[in-house]
Design a protein around this ligand. Structure first.
Ligand code: GDP
Ligand code: MG
Length: 302
């Protein structure tokens, strides 16, 4: 009989490279919301892959980016600290464009993390995602550029970084099984960290607030997303009350919609994804500059 393996894998990468899509695909359930807009994932979300022979806890992180607001700075901290104490670092870039400054920052942080570990060195898996959008030749070129970027992380000239490379499509699943197998073989022997069958440790309230935000993002125009925050203020099953914060009175009208239609649609869509019988109340509140204010961020749990 082979031993049970378990451990943690952090998924890092620039905003929008497909981290949440990958974690959702691997775990098989929607544990993290995805969106074509960057910075959809605001705090760490864990997805658990539970198999007869192994358990992998994936830590899906907000994308690393240049912070412009207090919220942005906290998101970066959260993403960087997720690299501590993991067994595997999954560093993700896209196949669809050149390896940019943001990607290099992610790669060098990942390489440094692997090099700096005193005892057990985490494995570094470099993922080139969205291969469904480019031809086979571009995938090869991109793999070469990414490897070049990994090998040139300062200080250069040391022992080569033991990274493995995976071309994948998180969207259609190509290459994902190979990645998962490699992750599992690199985990130490250990117990299940989460009960069998549990897919996420995100508190239900956060999950519902995130669903509300996701459904809203689908229905509003471009400037709004970064101004919206959602928070469950009461959870007395089956009654759940969720507050939607916006920054300006004009945004409030947009979120509510003509005759309340946007809010109604959002409520219906979210309820459909919640356990049966939920009674969901949505409220919109204007809170100026919440992204800049620490007290507001504390209350939102960001
Ligand atoms: P994150 O910010 O890194 O978590 O990125 P998301 O998982 O939210 O994905 C960002 C966008 O890229 C979404 O619109 C996804 O549908 C899209 N996406 C993710 N993975 C793939 C992929 O493999 N192929 C394609 N074509 N699109 C993808
Ligand atoms: Mg995400």
């Amino acid at each position: 009989m082979t031993a049970f393996r378990s451990g943690f894998a952090a998924v890092v990468g620039r905003p929008n490279v497909g981290k949440s899509t990958l974690v959702n695909r691997i775990v098989g359930t929607k544990v993290s919301i995805t969106s074509p807009r960057p910075n959809t994932t605001r705090s760490q979300v864990r997805g658990v892959l539970d198999r007869p022979d192994a358990q992998v806890v994936f830590v899906d992180t907000p994308g690393l980016h240049k912070p412009r607001t207090a919220l942005g700075a906290r998101m970066n901290e959260s993403a960087s600290s997720s690299l501590d104490d993991v067994d595997v670092v999954v560093a993700m870039v896209e196949a669809t464009g050149p390896v940019g400054i943001g990607d290099r920052m992610v790669l060098s942080q990942s390489v440094r993390r692997v090099r700096s570990s005193a005892e057990t060195e985490p494995a570094l898996m470099v993922v080139v995602n969205k291969i469904d959008r480019v031809g086979a030749n571009s995938v090869l070129t991109q793999l070469a550029s990414v490897a070049e970027a990994v090998d040139s992380v300062e200080p250069a000239g040391g022992p080569p970084v033991p990274a493995e490379y995976f071309p994948v499509s998180a969207a259609n699943g190509d290459g994902v099984a190979e990645l998962v197998e490699s992750i599992v073989t690199r985990l130490p022997e250990g117990p299940r960290y989460y009960p069998e069958g549990m897919v996420t440790d995100v508190a239900e309230a956060f999950w519902v607030a995130d669903l509300v935000r996701e459904e809203l993002l689908r229905r509003v125009e471009d400037e709004l997303p970064h101004s919206i925050a959602c928070r469950v203020t009461e959870w007395e099953w089956p009654r759940v009350r969720c507050e939607i914060l916006v920054e300006r009175p004009s945004q409030k009208g947009i979120v509510i919609g003509r005759g309340g239609n946007v809010l109604k649609e959002v409520g219906t869509a979210v309820r459909r994804q919640m356990p049966d019988g939920a009674f969901l109340e949505l409220f919109v509140r204007v809170e100026r500059h919440w992204q800049q204010r620490d007290d507001a961020l504390d209350r939102l749990g960001l």
